[in-house]
Design a protein. Structure first.
Length: 476
C-alpha cells in the first residue's frame, strides 16, 4: 500500500478531521491488523463538494474518452489481484484462493462488462417528434458492504463512471483496506480529480450524512434491510433516487423428480459459500415430505465434508465470519433452532473442533424446519441451512414465497418446463434453474424488502441515468 489513509478526496489522499479510531480486526485470529480513523460530517461535505465541482466536466467527457478511461482501469486492476485477495482475506476471513480468484475477480468482471455495455449503449433515441436522452444523474453517494467488498464497490463505481456521474464512496468499516486499493487503482488509471472520492467511517455518521446531503442526487446502498430503511428515510426529504440491494432468505425448491444426490449436495455447498455471508444464498431448502430422510443423509454428509479453518490453510473451504457481532448473532440463531424444535442434522452451536480462537462457525444443517421457527424467517448470514418439507408443488411455492424478502430463488427439476412454470410463480428478482449460474450482464436485485433497482450490466447502468424528453426536437 502506498498510503494508509482511508480518505481520498478531489484526487488526493487526505487526513480526516476526526479523532475517533477503530481497530481493524482479522477475524481468523481476532488480532488487530491496523487502525482506521472514522470520518466526520465535515469530511463528507468536502468529498461531496469535490464531486459536485467535478460533475459538469466529467459528464461532458466524450464517450470515446470514457471508454479509454475504463480500459485503463481494467489494465491497472489486473495488476492488483494478489493485493486485493490478501486484503479481503485478512479483513473478512475469506480463504485466500477464494478471495483472490473469486472475490477480486468479481470486481474485475464488472469493469469489463460495463465496457461491453458502454460500446453499444443507446444514450439517445427518437420517439415520434421527441428526442429521448439519457443523462448522468449527478453526484452519487455509494454505501457498500463487507461481505463481497470489491464486487459491491465495482458494480456501483463502474456504471457510474460509464454514465458520467461523480461519486462519494463510504465502504464498510470492516473492509477498509480493499477499498483503499480500489481508490489506488482509480488514481493510477487517471480518473479525474473529484470524480471519485472516498470517506471511511460509520453508517450512522458518514452514511447518514451522505444519504441526506442536499448535493447528492442519488444513493446506491447495499446492506441489511434495517440499514436500508434508515438510508431511505435520510434521503426522503431531498427526494433523491435511492437504489437498494438488501437482505434475503432465498428458497431452494427441489421438486420430486430431481436427482437428490446431486441437487442436495449443490444446494448445501451454495448455501455455505463465503461462510454463508451472501445475501442471495439458498438458505431454505424445500423438499418433498416423503424424501426428507434421504435429503437429511445427503446434507449431513456434505456438511461434514466441509472444512472450516485458517484462510491460509491447505484445503480450507470456509474461513471465519466477519466479526464477533456476526458470530454471536449466528450462535444465537442456531440455538433458537435447537430450542424451537428443529432437527439438528450437522454442526450446531460453538466453534468447530480444534478451533478455540477466531470467529469460526460450524457448518450447520437443520431439518424439519417449520414456518413458525425463527430460522425459517430471519436472515442468518452464516453457514446455516434450513430444510423444510412440503406436501405438493402448490405448498412448495407457497412456502417459497412465505418471506418478506424476494432477492433470489432456486428451482430444481428433472423437467425444465416444470421448473420454468414454478419459477414464474416465485416472487423474487432472480430465479436460478437447475444450478444455472449468474453473470455480470444479468440484472441483480430483488423484490419487496430485498430492495429496489437493479445492479450489473446494462440494467445497472440505467440506474445512474436520468431520462430527458426534448419534445419537438425531431420535428420536420
Amino acid at each position: 500500500m502506498t498510503n494508509r489513509t482511508g480518505f481520498y478526496i478531489n484526487g488526493a489522499w487526505v487526513e480526516s478531521g476526526g479523532t475517533e479510531t477503530m481497530d481493524i480486526i482479522n477475524p481468523a485470529t481476532e488480532d488487530a491488523i491496523g487502525t482506521l480513523t472514522m470520518g466526520t460530517t465535515e469530511d463528507v461535505d468536502k468529498a461531496v463538494a469535490a464531486a459536485k465541482a467535478a460533475f459538469p466536466a466529467f459528464a461532458a467527457m466524450s464517450l470515446e474518452d470514457r471508454i479509454d478511461l475504463l480500459k485503463k482501469i481494467c489494465e491497472v486492476y489486473k495488476t492488483r489481484f494478489s493485493d486485493i485477495g490478501e486484503a479481503i482475506s485478512n479483513e473478512m476471513g475469506a480463504p485466500l484462493p477464494f478471495a483472490t480468484k473469486i472475490q477480486a475477480g468479481a470486481g474485475y468482471v464488472h469493469f469489463t462488462q460495463i465496457l461491453k455495455v458502454l460500446e453499444k449503449y443507446h444514450f439517445e433515441e427518437k420517439l415520434d417528434a421527441t428526442r429521448v436522452v439519457r443523462e448522468p444523474i449527478g453526484v452519487v453517494g455509494m454505501i457498500s458492504p463487507w461481505n463481497w467488498p470489491m464486487n459491491q464497490m465495482t458494480c456501483k463505481i463502474a456504471p457510474a463512471l460509464a454514465a458520467g456521474c461523480t461519486m462519494v464512496l463510504k465502504p464498510s468499516e470492516m473492509t477498509p483496506t480493499s477499498a483503499m486499493i480500489m481508490a489506488e487503482i482509480l488514481d493510477e488509471a487517471g480518473v479525474p480529480a473529484g470524480v471519485f472520492n472516498m470517506v471511511q467511517g460509520l453508517g450512522p455518521v458518514v452514511g447518514a450524512h451522505l444519504s441526506s446531503h442536499p448535493d447528492v442526487d442519488m444513493v446506491s446502498f447495499t446492506g441489511s434491510t434495517r440499514a436500508g430503511v434508515a438510508v431511505a428515510q435520510a434521503a426522503a426529504p431531498t427526494v433523491k433516487r435511492v437504489s437498494q440491494e438488501l437482505g434475503g432468505k432465498s428458497p431452494n425448491v427441489l421438486l420430486d423428480d430431481v436427482d437428490f444426490a446431486d441437487a442436495v449436495k449443490r444446494g448445501v455447498r451454495t448455501c455455505f459459500g463465503n461462510s454463508g455471508q451472501s445475501c442471495n444464498a439458498p438458505t431454505r431448502m424445500l423438499v418433498p415430505m416423503d424424501r426428507m430422510d434421504e435429503v437429511i443423509e445427503i446434507a449431513k454428509a456434505t456438511a461434514e465434508k466441509t472444512t472450516v479453518g485458517d484462510p491460509r490453510g491447505e484445503g480450507t473451504h470456509l474461513g471465519p465470519v466477519v466479526n464477533r457481532t456476526q458470530f454471536e448473532k449466528i450462535q444465537g440463531l442456531i440455538q433458537s433452532g435447537i430450542d424451537e424444535g428443529a432437527t439438528l442434522v450437522a454442526g450446531g452451536a460453538g466453534r468447530p473442533d480444534g478451533l478455540d480462537k477466531g470467529f469460526y462457525v460450524q457448518p450447520t444443517v437443520f431439518a424439519n424446519v417449520t414456518d413458525d421457527m425463527t430460522i425459517f424467517k430471519e436472515e442468518i448470514f452464516g453457514p446455516v441451512l434450513s430444510i423444510i418439507g412440503y406436501t405438493d408443488e402448490e405448498d412448495a411455492i407457497r412456502k417459497a414465497n412465505d418471506t418478506p424478502y424476494g432477492l433470489a430463488a432456486y428451482v430444481e427439476s428433472g423437467d425444465i418446463e416444470r421448473a420454468k412454470t414454478v419459477a414464474r410463480q416465485i416472487r423474487a428478482g432472480m430465479v436460478h434453474l437447475n444450478g444455472a449460474g449468474s453473470g455480470p450482464a444479468i440484472p441483480f436485485g430483488g423484490y419487496r424488502q430485498s430492495g429496489n433497482g437493479r445492479e450489473w450490466g446494462e440494467h445497472g447502468l440505467d440506474e445512474f441515468m436520468e431520462i430527458k424528453a426534448i419534445i419537438g426536437f425531431e420535428a420536420a
